[in-house]
Design a protein around this ligand. Structure first.
Ligand SMILES: Cc1cc2nc3c(=O)[nH]c(=O)nc-3n(C[C@H](O)[C@H](O)[C@H](O)COP(=O)(O)OP(=O)(O)OC[C@H]3O[C@@H](n4cnc5c(N)ncnc54)[C@H](O)[C@@H]3O)c2cc1C
Ligand code: FES
Length: 244
């Protein structure tokens, strides 16, 4: 049975900024109660027509009627979000999309930049075997927000291991869950070429509606003609089913 998509106004109750990244905590009782790791919400800051469309964000964590987003500032909506004051309210739609299956605490999680968000929710709810996160550089306080045992990788080596998180995979791991920028996913695809079936990626494509109506979020099917809709067929896919 399809789950109910809720429209809810959420009050910003806490914000923490780390350079171009931020964690935003909203009081959002209905969505927070139902959302599962891997699912996303559509966020619209203002009712105005510009920007017209809401934007998708994976849930970084949810518990006790409170929901957290981990956001990279890149454009209009995210800039407005960073400027929001506590006590202000914004519009949410969710929970949307599929969730990560609970594969237990031996799963390997690998996230790059804002792509760490859905994996953090999985890690905190179900546990993990390894949790590799990649960022360009050290940012004060940023790495303290992740669970104990996380493996930090910075491109410039200013903190943790040096390079990219995919450098630290052998390819022979069991189940891998990943989310991050396209270059990271392409490198993951090469590393895991013999294990694509067990490699699941959450895609951060451009979206219009977020729930299957506009056809604005296609990803090519790997084995057959045609496209999946990232919003309603995903955002999580086995790498063996999609071509990026
Ligand atoms: C399922 C899902 C989960 C996501 N989760 C997160 C998350 O947890 N945290 C997070 O920070 N981000 C996440 N994203 C990405 C986020 O939705 C985008 O970065 C969003 O566009 C930001 O909105 P904006 O208005 O600030 O920027 P926008 O104005 O949308 O611009 C963002 C960037 O995209 C470029 N751009 C704009 N339109 C297009 C287009 N049509 N084609 C190609 N490029 C374009 C712009 O030049 C700019 O660099 C997620 C995306 C998806 C689909
Ligand atoms: S975003 Fe509209 S169909 Fe996917």
């Amino acid at each position: 049975m399809p789950r109910k998509i809720r429209s809810e106004r959420g009050e910003l109750i806490k914000k923490r900024i780390f350079g171009e990244f931020g964690v935003f905590t909203f009081a959002l009782p209905k969505i927070a109660e139902e959302v599962m790791p891997g699912q996303f919400v559509m966020l619209k800051i203002k009712d105005e027509k510009d920007p017209l469309l809401a934007r998708p964000f994976s849930v970084f964590y949810a518990e006790d009627k409170v929901l957290e987003l981990f956001v990279k500032r890149v454009g209009r909506t995210t800039t407005e979000l960073f400027a929001l004051n506590t006590g202000e309210r914004v519009n949410f739609l969710g929970p949307l999309g599929n969730a990560f299956k609970n594969a237990g605490s031996s799963v390997v999680l690998i996230g790059g930049g804002s792509g760490v968000a859905p994996l953090n929710f999985y890690a905190r709810k179900y546990g993990f075997g390894r949790f590799l996160i990649g960022f360009p550089s050290y940012l004060e306080g940023l790495f303290d927000i992740f669970p104990d045992g996380v493996d930090i990788v910075t491109e410039d080596g200013s903190f943790g291991k040096k390079g990219y998180p995919t450098d630290y995979l052998s390819g022979d791991e069991g189940i891998v869950y990943a989310c991050g920028p396209l270059p990271m996913l392409r490198s993951l695809e090469k590393k895991r070429s013999k294990n694509l079936e067990n490699t699941y990626v959450s895609l951060e494509s451009m979206m219009g509606c977020g729930f299957g109506i506009c056809a604005g979020c296609g990803v090519k099917k790997r084995k057959e003609e045609g496209y999946f809709r990232v919003c309603s067929d995903g955002p999580i896919f086995s790498f063996s089913r999609i071509a990026i």
